[in-house]
Write a protein that binds this ligand. Structure first.
Ligand SMILES: CC(C)(COP(=O)(O)OP(=O)(O)OC[C@H]1O[C@@H](n2cnc3c(N)ncnc32)[C@H](O)[C@@H]1OP(=O)(O)O)[C@@H](O)C(=O)NCCC(=O)NCCS
Length: 140
């Protein structure tokens, strides 16, 4: 597994989900074609909605998650969409740190669940933010 990462045998791929309109998935596959991470998002007129991002535990903190977000953000901008939104599930401080490191505005106070839709939204303005860089080749 570590050899995969060290030898950069990771493939990043962006594909459209067939069943649902405007739903996309950025994937990271290991050399042996195993899924090691993905981000699922929907392209809307005014924003991209990030539904889920996940990286296999042993592959975490190796910039795979950041690269998946970079793929999503580049795709949004190519489509002239400059905002990302999502729900922030306050599972751990680590996830908060991840989003902050990637330039996202994350609710930082203790919020109640009463105003979940309003209070637990995560967002990023792609016009103002610095590009997340990815040195990876993206297959489409
Ligand atoms: C959140 C998640 C996708 C992050 O993926 P990842 O590949 O480990 O993240 P990256 O390596 O790209 O991290 C990017 C930056 O965030 C930081 N970061 C990531 N996870 C962190 C953690 N748990 N604690 C502190 N910092 C963290 C990294 O150190 C890195 O910082 P740097 O740019 O200064 O080097 C991954 O931990 C995960 O799958 N978690 C479970 C699923 C989940 O909670 N998803 C979010 C809600 S849908």
């Amino acid at each position: 597994m570590m050899e995969d990462i060290q030898s950069k045998e990771l493939t990043f791929r962006l594909s459209k989900c067939r069943a649902t309109p405007n739903l996309y998935r950025a994937k990271c596959l290991s050399g042996s074609d195993n899924l090691v991470g993905y981000a699922t998002f929907k392209l809307k007129e005014s924003c991209v909605v990030l539904y889920k991002i996940w990286v296999k535990p042993k592959y975490r903190e190796m910039h795979i998650g950041k690269t998946l977000l970079a793929i999503m953000e580049d795709f949004a901008k190519e489509n002239r969409v400059f905002r990302v939104e999502g729900k922030f599930y306050p599972s751990t401080d680590g996830v908060r740190r991840f989003y902050e490191k990637c330039g996202y505005d994350v609710p930082n106070k203790e919020k109640s669940w009463e105003n979940y839709d309003r209070d637990w939204t995560l967002s990023k303005d792609l016009r103002r933010a610095t590009d997340l860089t990815t040195e990876r080749t993206i297959e489409r």
